[in-house]
Ligand binder design. Structure first.
Ligand code: ADP
Ligand code: TRP
Length: 333
């Protein structure tokens, strides 16, 4: 389905993922990318400086995210894995795209609007703390996508609008010069991927503090798993698995057969919550054991990961150079 396509996605270096991010976004994006002819995955470091300015912190986050993606199955030899800031043409293309970006698009953009709404709710001026990087974020994101002749962008629901903006900007450029200078990208959301509940039963999310972390020590993961909310029914009382949060998380990561075993044990009053938590912990640790080894390896040998990023930039950069050249030849005659 994607065999002749370029799939591209960008990740902001923002903290270690939880199992919801890992199974709900990171793994599915890589699996989809590996069905494509070319898979570009880049670390969006210019986007990150809008909200993270301390160099040490930024470097730490970039290192972590690079190791996480390598651990999650990225293939650095065949995939295009790079840092956004290693492709300076992206920024030059952004400048060109500004001339075709209606200011109204930026006013409506999701990331900026959320910030304004937060400010107003706190009785602050609407644009408090808003820098131009945040305000014009969708144009840089459009350049990330358009520079690389991208066909498909796998995204979470919150990013759909940004891909639509990229498509509209590309359409405006093409229409003005009456030729296909930029490829129109499409977004894909992974609808078949389950939303993992967190330890309190709401959607697992950093902002709810209900996460099970993934690339942490076993002790930290155990503590999170055992904090999953349960009621006080004794072991022998039959339980409806749909009401048991531990089971709801478990069935998203364990095999169908194992999930059914837990469901049956709960229905028949043969499994207590302590058992189910031990099973969940086992499943989390098993699912990520290999990945954690790869993660630990690259954290200890980061120079190798940096080598991959440099090679990836060398492979990806010619695409951006060609796009820029095409634009400049047409724009400046
Ligand atoms: P958080 O809610 O923890 O801040 P983000 O909004 O940064 O997570 O989400 C990053 C990616 O992970 C998005 O693509 C999102 O769809 C996915 N994701 C986040 N939470 C979950 C979850 N509980 N289940 C499945 N996918 C998730
Ligand atoms: N905006 C995306 C996010 O917040 C990250 C990103 C930057 C991106 N540029 C991109 C995603 C290009 C897809 C394509 O998660």
């Amino acid at each position: 389905m994607y065999a002749d396509k370029c799939i591209l996605t960008g990740v902001k270096p923002t903290g270690k993922p939880h199992i919801g991010n890992y199974f709900g976004a990171i793994k599915p994006a890589i699996e989809m990318g590996h069905q494509a002819q070319r898979f570009n995955l880049f670390i969006a470091d210019y986007h990150a400086i809008n909200f993270m300015k301390a160099p040490e912190l930024l470097q730490k986050e970039i290192k972590e995210i690079a190791c996480i993606y390598l651990a999650a199955g990225l293939k650095p030899e065949t995939d295009y894995f790079y840092r956004q800031s290693d492709i300076p043409e992206i920024n030059e293309i952004t400048t060109i795209l500004y001339a075709f970006t209606p200011k109204g698009f930026m006013n409506k953009s999701h990331a900026y609007k959320a910030c304004v709404e937060r400010n107003l709710a706190e009785n602050k001026p609407a644009d408090d703390g808003v820098n131009m990087g945040l305000y014009t974020y969708p144009t840089l994101m459009a350049s990330d996508i358009l520079a690389m002749d991208t066909d498909i962008v796998p995204v979470g629901k919150d990013q759909i609008q940004h891909v639509e903006i990229a498509r509209d900007i590309a359409g405006a450029v093409n229409a003005y010069y009456d030729k296909e200078l930029l490829k129109l990208p499409e977004y894909v959301t992974a609808d078949n991927v389950a939303v993992l509940p967190g330890t309190d039963g709401r959607k697992m999310s950093k902002s709810y503090n209900n996460v099970i972390p993934i690339f942490e020590d076993e002790k930290v993961i155990k503590k999170a798993v055992y904090s999953t909310v349960t009621d006080s029914k004794p072991i022998e009382e039959p339980k409806n698995p749909d009401d048991v949060i531990v089971y709801q998380i478990y069935k998203c990561i364990a095999s169908a057969q194992k999930a059914e075993e837990m469901a049956q044990g709960l229905r028949e009053g043969k499994l207590g919550y302590g058992h189910t938590k031990a099973m969940l912990l086992d499943a989390v640790l098993n699912e990520v054991r290999e990945a954690k080894e790869v993660y630990d390896y690259y954290m200890a040998h980061y120079d190798e990961a940096c080598g991959f990023l440099e090679e990836g930039a060398a492979k990806a950069r010619p695409y951006a150079q060609k796009t820029l050249q095409r634009l400049k030849e047409t724009l400046f005659g």
